[in-house]
Design a binder for this molecule. Sequence first.
Ligand SMILES: Nc1ncnc2c1ncn2[C@@H]1O[C@H](COP(=O)(O)OP(=O)(O)OP(=O)(O)O)[C@@H](O)[C@H]1O
Ligand SMILES: [Mg+2]
Length: 273
Amino acid sequence: MPPCYRLQQLTVQHLAGGAGAPALHAIDLLVEQGEQLAIIGPSGAGKTTLLATLSCSNKPVSGVLQLFGVDPWALSEGARHRLRARQCLAPQTPPLPPRQRVVTAVLAARLPQWTLWQAFASLIKPADPQAAFEALQRFGLGDKLYARVDRLSGGERQRCGLARLLLSNADAFLVDEPLSALDPTLSQLTIATLQQEAGARNATLMCSLHQVDVARACFPRIVGLRAGRIVFDLPREQVTDAMITALYHNDAAHTDVPVAPAAPARLAVGACL
Ligand SMILES: Nc1ncnc2c1ncn2[C@@H]1O[C@H](COP(=O)(O)OP(=O)(O)OP(=O)(O)O)[C@@H](O)[C@H]1O
Ligand SMILES: [Mg+2]
């Protein structure tokens, strides 16, 4: 079986034309199918960019990217879309339609498996409310099955987004800061549920986290990212407190005001008249 993800010297730049520092700089990463790893690092390190790149939302500027053994950017758009559908990305703030019922929003995870007609029919009458209920229940949210999405709290919305992972048939879960709006008890339940599901179907689980203690307690492999580079990629037993301190060391304590980028030359309109 090919690795789930293979990245070699992968560089990603958000701004076109090479302006600014790359968000990911010459990243090497090999993730086997079924592995569970946490991505940690300070704000702006590139965690979200990495997950978005794996889900084909960002096109790398250079290097090798393979998903399930295939370079997504060498494929036609349709084929890339199908490859992409083998993974499920849960963003930190799931983009759920505000007026939709939770049941419909969760069942939308099955869209890639449905025909257009099935998708349309499920909008009118949810196709499998029992499955949606069971997925929500595993995140302690069964009572919200028929609630409107815009009446959920931040943490409930977040778990609603995670419940979609369980209904997808994805081979890889990419989860961006799933605990940012959750209390400690729900955090524990959430990580346990994600890990159980990924383990049961041998799906890969890559999870970005700001909770370093949770990462170290729960994930067998920890990747430390800082300023777009991998600082360490180790089994959790080998990650030391000193490594964590260095990873989060704040060297941005300077007080210089950044210089604004040069404005484009203005047209001297008056001079033309
Ligand atoms: N759409 C964008 N356009 C331009 N630059 C971006 C964009 N998104 C992110 N960046 C920049 O890329 C870098 C990495 O950002 P990213 O969101 O991946 O960090 P992160 O590790 O997820 O941070 P956080 O912990 O705050 O979520 C940052 O310098 C950020 O300013
Ligand atoms: Mg982020």
